[in-house]
Write a protein that binds this ligand. Structure first.
Ligand code: SF4
Length: 441
């Protein structure tokens, strides 16, 4: 099956299949009946975008999301990598990887493009990959083909002498960047002023901070140091139960949708889930709303998962009677409610693996993973709910050219693009991650 990258380029620059040499047929190229992309600039090479003085993330679903001022910027990639052919880059990557042997570990996120994932030693979600890093202590360098917060988590969990590398520093996560530590500290100060710090008669403190894995190390540290915890999309329910045993209410960073979908499934009414807008006084809430709150939701979201809609589900059901609609809990609540099931990337993968042959799936998550699952399980019909090809555009910034560059610099004895979490921040982050691991359903 044609990769997402080939599909996007073929839409904008009609091309031939790199293996067969035949023109790519858009109707059969992917499981998705897509013939358009969310942004024509996605077809351009990322280094042309990295050179722009940008205040937004560039092409893709998150184009309108603002990059925080202090976010790392990628410098210029040496010309030899931008002019190299796909075949040349592929050969250079394999050669460097082979020469480095087990001195290097390459990790590839589920949402990463196929042209990069094929070089990965492990493929998984952010937490699976961070844990994979801990199983390879002999690796001097861990090249994380994901986004910035994932590389930070790998750095926190790996050995101090291991260097974690993000091939393109522009690969941030727009959702993670929607909550910065200054805003979070201001929010906490307001909540403490309102609720005080005294526990109730059951020993529960007024509020527990919970952060999704998709957040900066600074916010994980903040949560760890205030009795809080991290969650993933697989264990958010368990983590909220853990938090409610210790606190009267929760403030949930940064994904409002994961927080709302999880709390709703636990029976918490929507009226008790006010949203916190960091640009407004008391987050845009009254004291009464906050006093009655059970879960205070930060107003962040994933621009990729926000694209899924109930109309797309209705269309999938009309066109494919009996279709199983499975969506990620980062999708809006009405989409999760209209789907047959919702769950993490791990849940989606296992649901497909366990289904009887001939099942038709409409999946609401990032297109690279959906296309890969469609290839991996040809006995099923699997397509993306979104008819428009729109990958996680920040992860998409990691082109094979950047991977070749980081590997060859490593071979020459130079570590480029190292992601290093300060010890003062990794301490609390580790605490919050360890609490998550210890939390049992
Ligand atoms: S898919 Fe969304 S939440 Fe995941 S890395 Fe991309 S922007 Fe961030």
């Amino acid at each position: 099956m044609t990769s997402v990258d080939e599909l996007i380029r073929s839409i904008h620059e009609p091309r031939t299949d790199s293996h067969s040499g035949r023109p790519i047929n858009l109707r059969t190229a992917g499981a998705a009946p897509s013939v358009s992309t969310c942004d024509t600039d996605l077809a351009r090479d990322p280094w042309s975008i990295d050179q722009r003085p940008a205040s937004t993330y560039g092409p893709g679903a998150s184009v309108a999301d603002l990059i925080p001022l202090g976010a790392p910027r990628q410098g210029k990639l040496p010309d030899e990598y931008t002019v190299a052919t796909e075949a040349e880059l592929e050969r250079r990557i394999w050669d460097a990887k082979q020469a480095l042997g087990d001195r290097v570990l390459i990790l590839g996120h589920f949402y990463q493009r196929d042209e990069v994932v094929k070089f990965a030693d492990f493929v998984g979600d952010s937490f699976q990959l961070a844990r994979a890093a801990t199983t390879q202590p002999q690796a001097e360098a861990i090249i994380f083909c994901g986004v910035h917060f994932m590389a930070e988590t790998a750095d926190i969990l790996s050995k101090p002498q291991q260097a974690v590398i993000l091939p393109n520093l522009a690969a941030g996560c727009s959702m993670a960047d929607m909550a910065n530590i200054d805003q979070v500290e201001d929010c906490w100060a307001d909540l403490e002023a309102l609720y005080g710090t005294e526990p109730d008669e059951q020993g529960r403190v007024p509020v527990i901070p919970v952060t999704y894995m998709n957040s900066s190390a600074a916010i994980k540290d903040f949560c760890g140091k205030r009795g809080g915890i991290v969650c993933t999309s697989s264990n958010a329910h368990t983590v909220l139960e853990w938090a409610f045993e210790r606190g009267q209410r929760v403030v949930f960073f940064p994904d409002q949708h994961l927080g709302r979908n999880t709390a709703k499934a636990m029976g918490i009414p929507l009226e008790q889930m006010p949203m916190w807008n960091p640009n407004r006084e008391l987050g845009g809430n009254t004291e009464q709303q906050l006093n009655e709150a059970k879960v205070i939701l930060w107003n962040g979201f994933c621009s990729v998962h926000k694209r899924f809609s109930v109309a797309q589900i209705e269309q999938a059901r009309a066109e494919h009677p009996g279709v199983r609609v499975v969506v990620h809990p980062e999708c809006p609540m009405d989409v999760v409610d209209a789907a047959d099931e919702s769950g993490s990337t791990d849940y989606i993968t296992k649901a497909i693996a366990a289904a009887p042959d001939g099942t038709t799936f409409a999946i609401g998550t990032e297109i690279n993973l959906v296309q890969r699952l469609a290839t991996q399980y040809p006995q099923h019909t699997i397509f993306c709910l979104d008819p428009v090809v729109c990958p996680c555009s920040t992860m998409y910034r990691i082109h094979p050219g950047y991977l070749a560059w980081t590997l060859e610099r490593l071979l020459a004895g130079e570590v480029v693009n190292r992601i290093s979490v300060d010890e003062s921040v990794s301490e609390g982050s580790l605490l919050a991650l360890e609490r998550m691991l210890a939390a049992k359903p």
